[in-house]
Design a protein around this ligand. Structure first.
Ligand SMILES: C[S@@+](CC[C@H](N)C(=O)[O-])C[C@H]1O[C@@H](n2cnc3c(N)ncnc32)[C@H](O)[C@@H]1O
Length: 258
């Protein structure tokens, strides 16, 4: 995919310098925002990174934008505080002592929730563009939610394909392993993941991967699937427990280490 780095309109010197630095790092061109429309008109690029006035990083294409935000994590935490059960927390069962591996970081909404209840979360993301924007957000986004600012600091995000990563980790390294691959049957309705779909890695989780995940966890592996997906049909025999949302069809399947 062809892309450049630019700033929002009327940039400060600091924004321009940062955009130029990122362009060098990504090995692509920096484009002055005033000249971007030309590139877009001539279809020279597929998307562009934008450094905005808060020095936050996003990706734009057409009328779409991908940026780090706390939306879903914040709503889910409010529900938890109001006594509602959250199936991620119910299934993974993080504690202050647990180190959790989140194989599929995405927007880090679930990594933030897991981090709040854990000692540490190590997360991998296989899409370089998602990785860059989310890493930037985790490092620089200043939330009005105290718990998010604290949770962010407990997440270590690594750019890696989990299929390779898990095969290099030693036995029983993590207390819990969590994996939420892209659904075969996506749920598009008001889904915070919609802007991420353009850049996501779409790879099938297979039994060999689950065996590796069981090897590197001390206690359990939790897989999130859509009940309509072939993944669910193929692996449900492994689940010791299932947390199913009847409304959305989303399942958190728990595989305990024997
Ligand atoms: C459904 S999203 C995860 C959403 C996440 N749980 C959250 O709370 O935002 C799946 C993410 O995993 C990434 N992914 C898929 N396959 C991967 C792989 N083999 N290695 C690393 N990341 C992968 C995708 O690029 C995408 O960002």
């Amino acid at each position: 995919m062809r892309y450049v780095v630019t700033t929002s309109y009327r940039p400060t010197k600091e924004m321009v310098e940062l955009a130029k630095k990122l362009a060098r790092e990504y090995n692509v061109s920096y484009v002055n925002r005033r000249h971007l429309s030309e590139k877009l008109k001539n279809k020279k690029i597929d998307f562009y990174y934008v450094v905005d006035k808060n020095l936050m990083l996003s990706i734009k294409w057409g009328n779409n934008e991908f940026f780090f935000h706390q939306g879903i994590a914040k709503i889910r935490m409010e529900n938890i505080k109001h006594g509602e059960k959250d199936y991620l927390i119910e299934s993974v069962k993080p504690t202050e002592e647990t180190v959790v591996y989140d194989a599929t970081c995405g927007l880090a909404s679930e990594a933030l929730l897991l981090a709040h209840f854990s000692k540490k979360v190590i997360a991998t993301e296989g899409s370089i563009h998602i990785y860059r924007v989310v890493k930037w957000g985790l490092e620089r986004y200043n939330s009005n939610e105290d718990w998010i600012n604290k949770a962010k600091k407990k997440i270590e995000l690594i750019f890696a394909n989990y299929k390779e990563y898990i095969r290099q980790v030693e036995d029983n390294f993590f207390d819990r392993v969590y994996c939420d691959p892209m659904f075969e049957n996506p749920i598009y309705q008001s889904n915070s993941l919609n802007p991420l779909r353009n850049f996501a890695v779409y790879e099938n989780l297979n039994i060999g991967d689950i065996e590796q995940m069981l090897r590197i966890t001390k206690e359990r592996v939790v897989i999130k699937t859509n009940i309509k997906d072939s993944l669910y049909k193929n692996i449900k025999f492994l689940f010791d427990e299932e947390y199913l949302s009847r409304k959305s069809g989303v399942v958190y399947g728990v595989i305990k280490k024997k």
